[in-house]
Design a protein around this ligand. Structure first.
Ligand SMILES: [Zn+2]
Ligand SMILES: [Zn+2]
Length: 303
């Protein structure tokens, strides 16, 4: 087993299987629940071996949101037995339909090769409501923004919050520069909520990056908020100075300026989605407006 993939005990009833994304395993009264099984070759086998190590059985898969990298191996894990699959109502569509997933991620249906991820779809059996306990002591927390139904899970007796993609590790944040979110404004609100949990003593398990608590977790939250504000300022600044400008060009310029990621059509589409939410945010604040100019929809500062 690879070092990165060794099961790590984090609380009385909580284990982490590090990876990208991290997988959290929690003991419940019905068996072990697997939060975000993840993606990749033998991830399902690693999870199954870990559960064997704990001398138990998987009773449910819990998904924080409907992105492929968090759910891809779930299909293998549920094979041959009835297991529950939990997700928030607003992410069920993304999990059950590639059309909806592609729309939320890329702003429209794209080719499977363009998306370059396995086309796994699953059937959700249990719809989550925010603030409810999905099992005794495991509460669903509204941490949306990354996707409309993105949900965190508080394992209350262990004081662990599975924050998934409501927060990014610093390496990931630096590399991408523009955090992926269907709504960056809501994403900030979720980061503020995370801060309250950290102040109450919770450890934070991000989707991609190291587990953090106390000062380190607060610093991580602040880095994330700072990064979104930087994106917001960049968009407003470029529209004010270079506008009218269209979203496509803005996405290319912002990717060059803010991100270390490769300038690929796929990456630009991902950034375009997050940037579109900043455009919407600026429109709500009446700082910018849309016009048709030069055969394109363009944005300019409000008169
Ligand atoms: Zn995600
Ligand atoms: Zn993720």
């Amino acid at each position: 087993m690879h070092m990165m993939e060794r099961l790590r005990k984090l609380g009385e009833r909580t284990w982490i299987l590090p990876g990208s994304p991290n997988t959290t395993i929690v003991e419940s009264d019905e068996g072990f629940i697997v939060i975000d099984p993840g993606i990749g070759g033998n991830r399902d086998r690693i999870i199954e071996n870990s559960i064997k190590e704990l001398q138990g059985e998987i009773s449910a898969i819990v998904l924080t949101h409907g992105h492929t990298d968090h759910l891809a191996v779930a299909q293998e894990l549920i094979k041959g037995s009835k297991k529950r699959i939990f997700a928030h109502r607003l992410c069920v569509g993304l999990i059950e339909s590639l059309e909806l997933r592609f729309n939320v991620v890329y702003g429209g249906v794209v080719g499977k090769r363009f998306a370059s991820m396995p086309s796994v779809i699953l059937k959700v059996t249990d719809f989550i409501e925010w603030n409810e306990e999905i099992y005794p002591g495991i509460r669903a927390i509204d941490l949306h923004g990354h996707t409309p139904g993105h949900t965190g899970f508080a394992i209350e007796d262990d004081e662990i919050l599975v924050a998934a993609d409501s927060i990014l590790g610093e390496k990931v944040l630096r590399r991408f520069g523009i955090p992926f979110a269907s709504d960056l404004r809501s994403w900030i609100n979720s980061l503020e909520k995370l801060r309250e949990y950290v102040e109450d003593g919770y450890k934070v398990v991000p989707g991609h990056g190291p587990i953090a608590e106390k000062k380190r977790a607060i610093a991580m939250i602040e880095k994330n908020i700072f990064t979104v504000k930087k994106v917001y300022d960049y968009v407003y600044d470029i529209i004010s100075k270079k506008g009218p400008i269209d979203l496509e060009r803005l996405a290319v310029l912002a990717t060059k300026e803010l991100s270390e990621a490769q300038l690929s059509p796929r990456q630009i589409y991902l950034n375009r989605t997050a940037l579109a939410s900043v455009i919407g945010w600026l429109q709500e604040e009446r700082k910018i407006e849309a016009i048709v100019n030069d055969e394109r929809v363009m944005f300019k500062a409000h008169d």
